[in-house]
Design a protein around this ligand. Structure first.
Ligand SMILES: [Zn+2]
Ligand SMILES: [Zn+2]
Length: 761
């Protein structure tokens, strides 16, 4: 019996270009005796095939397995068409449509094949710091426009040599259409500058840099998405010197080690942590520090974790290649001053960070878009993102329903903005805290780039309700300029919607949202942050919230937990006894000022912030009175937890108000009895877990709502998240927490967009 031939047309959307997708299709078609063609379009990849039903089925099945590592299929549409007259299967020329768009791959770490070639003396790319292929290398940071082709990348200035061109054109080569393809003959080169001499190139640059790092020097190193500041992590003086020069007092430094074996000397690794460290995203992973680690305390002061990443570029591998007497672990912190954005242009590196370092290792491949390293940890045995940048952005988030094209400008701190088109939300990489001119510039650059790259014409704009956020002002101006409607979205409602979107939540059923964070502008103009909401994409009710306390002096009290402690104690009618840690931490004058500010309501906005409750607790326990970075007090308190301790304190609930007075009374009593901070910290954390469970039960009994979303910056706390999750699960709740996006303000833009879309219709 002869099988009849049939024809099929297929459109694949997702990350399918520049990732070896057409050669994959080509090989599949040949293996299954099919005729036809495959091509790139500005929408995705289009395929036409003719063959027997059986062969076509086998071909289609092939897409379920063995996809190229960087490919990601979002939609896969097939239709039956008349059988075509083909005598072969071909890769045909691309079709470009000016309106169409498609997602772009993030930058990906060096693949095992390229790593093997890098260290193989017989390979023509032996020790070449810019080796890459279709499965790895720079993408997002070098792309200037679409279609993703070499002329629209920062590789445009490097014409391919004959050998590279041959590989580039051969469908059976693993560098077929690898746009950043390069070799020592035709590609980018290293260049090291010390300011004194004229600089050195190539291997000499590399060996000079290694010598200087060994000697305890601090260097700037140009990477994938910007410059790092690097030094030998085991050299205490170098680490302290770097802290002084960078003006970074206590925030932990990111570390890079050659392999897992080196990391294991300093941190305990679970299977999930190993996988995350080795994933092609190669984020920084927060790991539990081992007791006998020899790394100096100054690498991560006050913490029992270390943030490690593995090398993600060939250059990093060459810098860390094991060699007797040379640093095994490098501090690799963002090249910037304090909280400014990461420096990414050569000229900026000389002018802005040149004075911080003893030399700069450059290369001549320009960076088009700056992107920081991502930061993650494992929570509930799954990757949990704290800062979403390199390796993850600009991977789109699939939103549960299609909404009009839009821009949401996000929050003021940890800013990430969001563009939507069809069912895609393009969340930007982490932009940073918009409290300086440079970060604001980075924000605007990013917005212009995303809009251009994904060809988006917003029909509306969404922003935070806070009138003074720079992101709100920017949104307001842009809405006026482009005559677009502007929607101002309440901060914690945006958190709730972001958590729903992150979990692909389609339903209109409201959920209970435990939105705990530091700061968010409320509808009553108070600063919210300890909120039990009940809501969905279209609205919310504020069911319970922490009792308001004054924030004496505003931001000063955010930087000084001791002030927050006094405010809380006063609100609970507890006397400021002389022996209390926060009282001892503040001068008598300052205490008088605080007292007056609270009594006379002078510059003392009201807040229900959960972040500030943590600050006050850390202060009362004597853990931290002044912070140098956001969340420091809470992080240090979390680090002290004694996991054996099961005790907890009570809150008093009156109507919709959560009053911490009983908690403070009991905590103070324990403290007076000399209970150690490790136990106090556990009891405090357990109190929040109990409170969460009790109020969720109350809301469920009133509303039958059984789903809880845990969102907001406070949920970066691993102990709190894991324990609350387990408590709620044990009580049959469905519990949502963040998966693809961070729980902090880095995710609210997507929530803003979805909430605004609901009003826009
Ligand atoms: Zn590769
Ligand atoms: Zn070449």
């Amino acid at each position: 019996m002869v099988d009849r031939l049939i024809g099929k047309k297929i459109l694949v959307r997702g990350i399918v270009q520049g990732v070896g997708f057409r050669p994959f299709v080509y090989a599949q078609a040949l293996a299954n005796h099919l005729f036809g063609w495959v091509r790139n379009t500005s929408k995705g990849v289009e395929i036409e095939i003719s063959g027997t039903r059986k062969d076509i089925e086998a071909f289609l099945n092939g897409f379920k397995f063995n996809l190229p590592p960087l490919a990601r299929i979002d939609t896969f549409k097939t239709q039956t068409i008349p059988v075509g007259h083909y005598s072969s299967f071909d890769i045909i020329s691309s079709l470009s449509q000016p309106e169409d768009f498609l997602p772009i791959s993030p930058d990906m770490s060096i693949c095992p094949d390229c790593q093997e070639e890098l260290f193989n003396p017989n390979n023509r790319r032996y020790r070449y710091p810019f080796i890459n292929c279709t499965n790895c290398g720079p993408r997002f940071t070098i792309i200037q426009g679409i279609p993703y082709d070499r002329p629209l990348t920062t590789m445009a200035g490097f014409p391919m040599c004959e050998n590279c061109l041959e590989e580039y054109q051969d469908p059976f080569d693993r560098r077929f259409h690898a746009q950043p393809i390069a070799c020592p003959v035709c590609g980018p080169q290293l260049y090291f500058e010390t300011g004194i001499n004229n600089g050195v190139m190539g291997e000499t640059a590399l060996s000079t840099v290694r010598e200087l790092l060994k000697a305890g020097k601090i260097l700037a190193i140009k990477g994938l998405g910007g410059f790092h500041l690097a030094c030998d992590a085991s050299n205490r003086e170098a680490v302290q010197e770097l802290r002084n020069r960078k003006n970074r007092i206590a925030k932990a430094f990111a570390l890079m080690a050659f392999d897992l074996i080196s990391i294991e000397r300093h941190a305990n690794l679970t299977i999930e942590e190993r996988q995350l460290l080795q994933s092609s995203e190669r984020p920084v992973v927060l790991l539990e520090r081992v007791k006998n680690s020899l790394l100096p305390y100054d690498v991560a002061p006050g913490q029992n974790t270390l943030g490690f990443m593995l090398p993600y570029t060939p250059l990093h591998l060459l810098l860390l290649e094991p060699k007797e007497g040379y640093p095994e672990i490098l501090v690799m912190t963002s090249g910037n001053l304090s909280e400014e954005p990461i420096v990414y242009r050569d000229i900026e590196a000389r002018s802005r960070i040149g004075h911080l370092v003893d030399g700069i290792l450059f290369h001549n491949r320009p960076i088009h878009m700056r992107v920081d390293d991502s930061v993650t940890r494992i929570v509930n045995s799954k990757p949990y993102i704290l800062r979403r940048a390199r390796g993850y952005a600009p991977n789109p988030i699939i939103i549960p329903k299609e909404i009009p094209q839009s821009l949401a400008t996000g929050a003021e701190l940890k800013n990430v903005f969001c563009f939507t088109r069809e069912n895609y939300a393009f969340m930007s990489h982490h932009i940073g805290d918009l409290d300086n001119y440079e970060t604001m510039q980075s924000f605007e650059e990013g917005i212009n780039h995303f809009q251009h790259l994904f060809r988006i014409n917003p029909e509306f704009i969404a922003c935070d309700m806070h009138p003074d956020y720079l992101t709100s002002r920017y949104a307001n101006n842009k809405a006026l300029e482009d005559s677009l409607p502007l929607f101002r979205v309440q901060h914690h409602h945006a958190h709730l919607a972001a958590c729903l979107a992150d979990n692909g939540w389609k339903s209109d059923q409201p959920v209970i949202g435990l939105t705990f964070d530091g700061t968010g502008f409320g509808t009553d103009k108070a600063i919210w942050g300890g909120e039990f909401l009940l809501g969905n994409y279209s609205g919310y009710k504020r069911k319970y919230h922490l009792a308001y306390v004054p924030l004496p002096g505003g931001d000063v009290s955010v930087k000084k937990p001791a002030r927050m402690a006094l405010a809380h104690l006063k609100a609970s009618g507890i006397v400021w006894e002389e022996d209390l840690a926060p009282v001892r931490a503040l001068s008598e004058d300052e205490r008088k000022v605080i007292f007056t500010q609270i009594e006379h309501h002078v510059n003392s906005p009201l807040t229900s912030s959960m972040g500030r409750l943590f600050d006050a607790a850390a202060s009362i326990m004597g853990i931290r009175q002044v912070v140098s970075y956001e969340g420091q007090a809470a992080i240090e308190m979390e680090n002290l937890i004694d996991t054996e301790e099961k005790g907890f304190y009570q809150f008093e609930i009156t109507k919709d108000i959560i009053d911490p007075t009983p908690l403070w009374m009991l905590l103070m009593k324990d403290w007076h009895l000399g209970v150690p901070p490790s136990k106090l910290s556990s009891r405090f954390h357990n109190s929040i877990v109990e409170l969460s469970k009790n109020l969720c039960q109350k809301i469920r009994s009133e509303t039958q709502c059984n789903t809880v979303a845990l969102t907001g910056g406070v949920w970066q706390n691993k102990y709190l998240l894991e324990h609350t999750y387990q408590k709620l699960k044990n009580d049959e709740f469905q519990v949502l927490f963040h998966r693809q996006l961070p729980p902090n303000d880095g995710s609210i833009a997507i929530g803003q967009a979805l909430i605004a879309a609901d009003s826009f219709r």
